[in-house]
Design a protein. Sequence first.
Length: 281
Amino acid sequence: MSKTVLVPTDFSDNAAAAARYAAQMARHFGWSIHLLHLYTPFSTAFGGEELNREAQELAANEAESNMTAAAADLEEEFSGVVITTDCKQGVMSDVVYRTAREAKNNLIVMGTKGASGLKHAVLGSNTFEIIKNSPIPVLAVPETPPTFQQRNVGLLTNFQPSEIEALEAFIAIGEAPQQVTLIHLFEKGANKDEKDLADWAKHIQDRTAISRVLDKTAPFSDRMDVKEDFPEHVFRLAQSDGMDLLIVSRERKGFFDKLFSGDRVKAMAHQLEIPVFFHNA
């Protein structure tokens, strides 16, 4: 059965970039795409029923027009990919959750920033909430995403079962990557756990049958006088090893309790340099 990717959009450049990345994935895997736009029409108690009705119709017509144009652009660039659309009123996170459950979507692909100016940044302000509470995995895409490929996928690890669950969920949606590189961050001055990491890499390889699982350790000092913050540190490591994508499970144990507090995950979702697959344990 063909899988469907849910792609929320506010028609910003970042949302369009995320939609194109999702379309690359859909073309590669034979998926379909469902574009979803949420809008809130202007209304006022002083305007009267007729004025508010006209405002609602105007907002709906504008949303449909923008959606038609966005879908047409995507269909022209990615011919053969099945694209469906929907425009709804409501709060982004609530409608996304409901749509994902009702339509049994397999993945949500989102940009990390939205439209600026008078309108609030819809995707930027809601990405973290959707990552935190989504019933299905969320792939957050940076402003300038790379060409889709998954030859080398990174996995942040602290030796927790939820990490394997996240990796298995990623594989179940698409396919096994050629290589997985484990990234284990340890507090400066602590033991590197190199043997534990090698054993964990072997365990993951046996569990998932991925042909190549590498391990990588790196110290991280979470102090105010260190210029490089956690997301920058992670993405620098990922890019230095040529990782195409990063997998993150929302585990809250030990050192990850500090690294993956709400502020940390939110920071990662807004400082992306490569796509990140978030899986809720």
